[in-house]
Write a protein that binds this ligand. Structure first.
Ligand code: SF4
Length: 331
């Protein structure tokens, strides 16, 4: 059901179709609740730049706030601007990413910083279309940056928002598969005035802290109307989501291999990498191949392995060292 539903009625003997608004989310209720219940997150504080907000959005994808917060603080202190990030080596960026997981995000963030520094005068663009053209920026991140950094009235739709809207507006237990209609659905809820950005962040916060996937705390919910609650909490139609395991997965194997490379200032041998994951050699090979394909790891001409950007540097230094040795021999 969309944000509007058609109902029929009889007026002067004629059948007419009128559009009746679904119960909407009351912005005042939501914003008042957010003012008192919001978490104190460092990227929400005054004075945080658009770049620093963008960094937080990269890090928060599929990663809990508690793991992001310390890494984000160190990151923005060390590299407060896109150009500072771009000037860092890709390997330094991967090291600073630490154990946040999904390290391709770090590489894409570095690429994004490089484009902003080179093509946008070191300023994060403020319009959604330009943001979407940057490396690593998808529909959610583009709108999150436009909304939270530049206070634009754009729909910001993540999993939490989709779940709250599915329940409070549409009376469903779950949001189902993501769809292009989600944006229009959430846009229809935005208040018209300058309160849209705080409404958006409040909606996300409600989904993250109260209307959670497994155990919504309806007793603490600020919304006086929720279609799902009013309907008596009908069961969802989706199968229960399996908890993603990490132990023993290719992701864990990739992480172990990257740990070896992060901890070494120089390229390592294949044997050193092999020691990092001995349980399943085929899985280890697959993990290493995928790291090479993703460009997170590279091989030197001598067959050693290094973090991206460091193999070439060592090839150059090895080349210079051997050139000096050869020149000495010739003397
Ligand atoms: S009443 Fe419960 S289900 Fe409805 S929006 Fe609030 S927390 Fe979610």
């Amino acid at each position: 059901m969309s944000a509007f539903q058609a109902v029929s009625g009889l007026v002067f003997g004629m059948v007419v179709i009128v559009h009746q608004r679904d119960p909407m989310i009351d912005p005042d209720q939501l914003i008042r609740w957010y003012a008192r219940a919001q978490r104190d997150l460092p990227w929400r504080r005054p004075g945080v730049s658009a770049w620093q907000i963008m960094v937080s959005e990269f890090m928060l994808q599929q990663t809990p706030v508690s793991r992001v917060e310390p890494i984000w603080r160190d990151w923005v202190t060390r590299w407060p601007t896109p150009s500072a990030t771009a000037a860092a080596g890709a390997a330094d960026v991967l090291r600073a990413w630490g154990k946040l997981g999904y390290p391709r995000r770090a590489k894409r963030l570095h690429e994004c910083a490089t484009v902003i520094a080179a093509e946008h005068e070191d300023v994060v663009p403020d319009d959604v279309d330009t943001l979407l053209a940057l490396p690593g920026i998808g529909a959610y991140t583009a709108r999150a940056v436009a909304c939270f950094a530049y206070r634009q009235r754009v729909p910001v739709v993540d999993t939490n928002v989709r779940r709250v809207v599915a329940r409070a507006v549409h009376g469903r237990a779950d949001a189902g598969a993501a769809s292009v209609r989600d944006l229009a659905d959430v846009e229809a809820l935005l208040p018209e005035h300058g309160a849209a950005p705080v409404f958006s962040v409040a909606l996300m916060e409600l989904g993250a802290t109260v209307c959670t996937a497994r155990s919504p705390r309806c007793g603490a919910c600020p919304l006086s109307h929720c279609a799902w609650r009013a309907a008596g909490f009908p069961a969802g139609t989706l199968p229960a989501k399996r908890v993603q395991r990490y132990a023993g997965t290719d992701r864990q194997a990739r992480g172990r291999l990257l740990d070896v490379l992060r901890g070494s200032p120089t390229p390592v041998t294949r044997g050193q990498l092999d020691l990092a994951w001995t349980v399943d050699p085929a899985q280890r090979d697959r993990a290493l191949d995928s790291l090479l394909v993703d460009g997170l790891v590279e091989q030197t001409p001598a067959g050693l392995f290094a973090l991206c950007g460091e193999g070439e540097a060592h090839a150059d230094s090895a080349h210079s060292a051997s050139a000096v040795t050869a020149a000495k021999r010739r003397r």
